[in-house]
Design a protein around this ligand. Structure first.
Ligand code: ZN
Length: 279
């Protein structure tokens, strides 16, 4: 890129500052807790079509997805929850780039801890507040604005640029998986996840687990003969937080176990024999 073209592009980006902020506020103002992404996806698909991108929006075939080795069980399907790839076609002969981001956000809870409406997108002291501002509607907005600035400056890369906007990231990552299944490939990819504007060449990986712990159930009369599955599970729980545990000690900031569910079965017994933690 020549210095003059670069200057032209930077000027375009500077001039679009207010527009980018307003666009992000519009995105934040659309509630999109995982499972409820229809409205935000339609908003973005319409926007990207309007600026001249070729938009592919589709719903995941849940039954097909279940056959993929990277599938993990989820409680709900994908009807009304489409993924998007918007393509900025290059002039040819260059390498392609895929910009990936998700629009679903985690629940807002019961209102405790919020000083404002979670969907207000209020700006205070130079910061935008609202669920999803950082994770990661700002990332998705920056992807779209970056391509729009290129277009506005009259620039076209040689390679294709794909803007991939997915659902269900907070629960499964299936939106990105289904983008791969749909056949999208690129020479390079950037995820707009939160990074404090640092380049992160690697990201957190997740492995889902289910553990079955078998103690020895016992009734109240012979409780002393029982071995509680909950107590055994507690030992595992403590070990996973222990800085000296083999996994944790190797990379103390990055490796951890998180339980989302603990099921003590056979609770009719005073000493429940079985526990099935999942995380
Ligand atoms: Zn995220």
């Amino acid at each position: 890129m020549s210095a003059s073209v670069r200057q032209k592009l930077l000027q375009e980006i500077d001039e679009s500052r207010e527009k980018a902020i307003t666009f992000l506020q519009q995105m934040i103002a659309i509630p999109s807790v995982t499972g409820d992404e229809a409205k935000i996806q339609k908003f973005l698909a319409d926007y990207m079509a309007k600026i001249g991108l070729t938009v592919d929006m589709w719903e995941t075939d849940w039954e097909e997805l279940k056959k993929h080795p990277a599938y993990r069980p989820v409680a709900r399907g994908y009807e009304g929850r489409p993924n998007i790839v918007a393509t900025f076609k290059g002039s040819g002969g260059g390498r392609s780039l895929l910009l990936n981001g998700h629009t679903d956000v985690i629940p807002v809870g019961g209102g405790e801890g919020w000083s404002d409406d979670p969907w207000s997108a209020t700006i205070k002291d130079g910061r935008i507040y609202g669920r999803g501002s950082a994770d990661m509607k700002s990332g998705v907005a920056s992807h779209i604005m970056a391509v729009e600035c290129l277009m506005a400056a009259g620039l076209k890369p040689k390679g294709d640029v794909y803007i991939n906007v997915v659902v269900d990231e907070e629960v499964s990552g299936h939106g990105t998986l289904d983008t791969v299944i749909r056949g999208y490939k690129a020479d390079a990819g950037i995820s707009g996840e939160t990074s404090d504007l640092a380049v992160q060449p690697a990201c957190i990986g997740r492995i889902w687990f289910e553990i079955e712990i078998h103690g020895k159930p016992a009734g109240i009369q012979k409780r002393y003969e029982g071995i509680s599955g909950i107590e055994l599970g507690n030992k595992i729980g403590r070990a996973s937080c222990d800085g000296n545990a083999p996994l944790v000690s190797k990379c103390p900031r990055y490796a951890s176990l998180h339980y989302r569910q603990l099921l003590g079965r056979q609770l009719s017994e005073r000493v429940p024999g079985q526990l099935s933690p999942e995380g």
